[in-house]
Design a protein around this ligand. Sequence first.
Ligand code: 4AD
Ligand code: MG
Length: 473
Amino acid sequence: MAIVNGTITNSSPTSASSARETTIAEIGQHVDERVTLRGWLYNLRASGKLLFPIFRDGTGTIQGIVPKAEVPERVFETLKSLTLESSLTVTGRVRADARAPSGFELDVEDLSVTQRIPDETPYPIQLKEAGVDFLMEHRHLWIRTPRQSAILRVRATIMRAAAEYFDNHGFVRTDPPILTPNACEGTSELFEMEYFDDGKAYLTQSGQLYVEATAMALGRVYSFGPTFRAEKSKTRRHLTEFWMIEPEVTYMDLDGLMNLAECFLTHIVRRVLELHSADLKTIGKDITKLEAVVAGAPTDNSEDCSGSRSGFPRLSYDEAHAMLIDAHERGLLESMHKYGDDFGSPDETYISSQFSKPVMVHRYPASVKAFYMQPDPLDPSKALCVDVLAPEGYGEIIGGSQRIDDYDLLESRIQAHHLPMAAFQWYLDLRRYGSVPHSGFGMGIERCVAWICGLEHVRETIPFARTLNRIYP
Ligand code: 4AD
Ligand code: MG
């Protein structure tokens, strides 16, 4: 091996001297040129004196053509018996081919193997169908398959677009602690640990309480980091460790918050459509469903959320309840929603599948929501909160609310929820000293990825999912 311009190379393929090193993602810029790719053998098909290898390099896959008569014998023989996922460097000429899935093929000229996987210990994930448990047990390898790689690329863009939206609209990123002395979203789902002599500490369930403090300092803020919930249920929407992005804005009310959520989601979907049509195709997502989400949204690309919007439907809890009762009566929904209860997964799935855009359900009964939510002045039994349900039955992706800004009311809610008053003194200080109305929401990245990619289960939306029954690998 040698190091050339900071890249470790094998002794280069003999005829590669004039070939440009590139990636599969960029190969369209090199049609009719000779290029070198560094990656792995993803698949191999032989047909008489022709080999059809599929190479992958992390940015995509491309099919190679290797006619025995046209390449050195060494190249043909090496490739012919090469084991899947062996690592290699390949040089060849790029040809545009409308029939190829990527639009291009590589006429292989030379090849050098970095590591050949021995025949006795083949790559565990062969291309035939494998069960999900097996794949999750081999997640460290499963992520190499084109579909999983595509999902991870889309995830990265969703995370970048999410942060970018706030960065471009005057928000300051403020990172809350992961180790916390108090609960934010109910006490039944806390991961608990000993914290030296101070007693118990908990892994954060949400950065919200802390971004409320940083909002009072900086106005518009957001946090973005891992959050933890000891979810004891096995559902396709719950992880025990997931990433949340949480904006918090002073002097913003519930309507302003709904506008913000709409502009934010519009920006994310636009970004994914702009950058990932090939990946969405690999994943099998129908992009017309995503195009419908952003259809009609202002196209000035600024996604400025000041001023009202009406793109995403808005339903009160009462209206959503009526919709569920109607669905039950028409036999479209098995369970009957009980007024006053939270919505279950089937309820959310039903409501969200009625719309092509995300739907915002607001003003839930305060009794099913968190202690910090501001009561609706028109009906104090309701909270000024919103859940955004993704289309296509994906359910809740965003939860948020206006926060209680009155000291006495907040104190009484902390008491009523049997939360430890001492641990919340700093949070009450925010209402003691210059309290203002303020609002914020949290979006779980994995729920958003599951929706945008059209995935059955959130376990495929994060490189290494943590669930009730999995902490390996
Ligand atoms: O609705 P939640 O519980 O709201 C909060 O935590 C607020 N403190 C956020 C805020 O206002 N700043 O969670 C917010 C979002 C959900 O809508 C969902 O997308 C995601 O976090 N989420 C989960 N994602 C994966 N697995 C879980 N167990 C999740 N629990 C919540
Ligand atoms: Mg919620």
